[in-house]
Design a protein around this ligand. Sequence first.
Ligand SMILES: Cc1cc2nc3c(=O)[nH]c(=O)nc-3n(C[C@H](O)[C@H](O)[C@H](O)COP(=O)(O)O)c2cc1C
Length: 309
Amino acid sequence: MKLYAAPLQGFTEATWRNIHSEIFGGIDSYVTPFIRIEKGEIRSKDVRDIEKKNNSVDHLVPQLIAATPEEFIPLVEFIVAQGYSEVDINMGCSFALQVRKCHGAGLLPHPDKVEALMKAAEKFPEVSFSVKMRLGWESKEEWRALLPILNDSTLSRITLHPRTGREQYRVAADCEEFARFYEECRHPLVYNGDLTSLEDMNRIAERFPRLEGLMMGRGLLANPAIALEYKQQRVFSHGEKASLIARFHEKFYDIMSARLQGNTQFLSKFKPYWEYLLPDMEKRDRKAIQKASTIEKYLAAVNGALARY
Ligand SMILES: Cc1cc2nc3c(=O)[nH]c(=O)nc-3n(C[C@H](O)[C@H](O)[C@H](O)COP(=O)(O)O)c2cc1C
């Protein structure tokens, strides 16, 4: 079973990925948060995120988001020019701003648009394309009209997060609908959604033995050692996790503090990680981190939390 790190806009950018692979490891392939065309160009932040000189993980797959061949082709050309031969196509993003433009999960009710993208992909025989998708936007049945198109296209993999876009994260991932997709999908398939423990990963791997892999997103933010736990088939102790997270945090801090200016910028980058990290840590420790108003107070709260964990 291959292990994939899910793209998480705002969290799993190059610095996070590089340090994660160095300190924790266990991930076979990282997928970048999506890059897009905005006001006619690719944002410089997105360019930096995929440039080879900024990335040190063994295997990285850039992801794009597009609704039409006009948006899709320049993004693929850009990714290829950066030296990559793999591209992941986002058909799962449920952010309203993207969906409104028929991007991400907004593509799922439009088989004609998906077909046009698959045709455009044929212009790049040297590139290996994959798709990351939800079951549908509005209904869990939308994939039924799409899968025949995807099955007839040359794809290296489909990653399925078995929810609809409208559901966001409000209901549990639907393993029964995933099972129906699994039966009909002719491409290597990766399961994604709510994998937060070694037990979850083993359960899905046993239930769907033909899967190519498992992808973890929020579960990897919560427990960055989860992929390593799967590879070693053992749950890490609190002490082991706390000491790895302390090393991770120190490196992340050293690199990011040179780039971020002032308390506000710094705290708004770092605090969101602690909304996910170590869900079983003491409530008062999480509160102290979220309440910190300066970098010094934040660092003291993090050190205290990790020491008590
Ligand atoms: C903050 C956030 C940002 C995300 N950004 C992306 C993205 O850029 N591309 C993408 O395909 N999915 C994105 N996703 C979806 C995740 O990759 C993943 O499919 C989803 O969270 C379900 O997996 P999980 O339960 O393991 O987190 C994002 C999710 C969250 C919560």
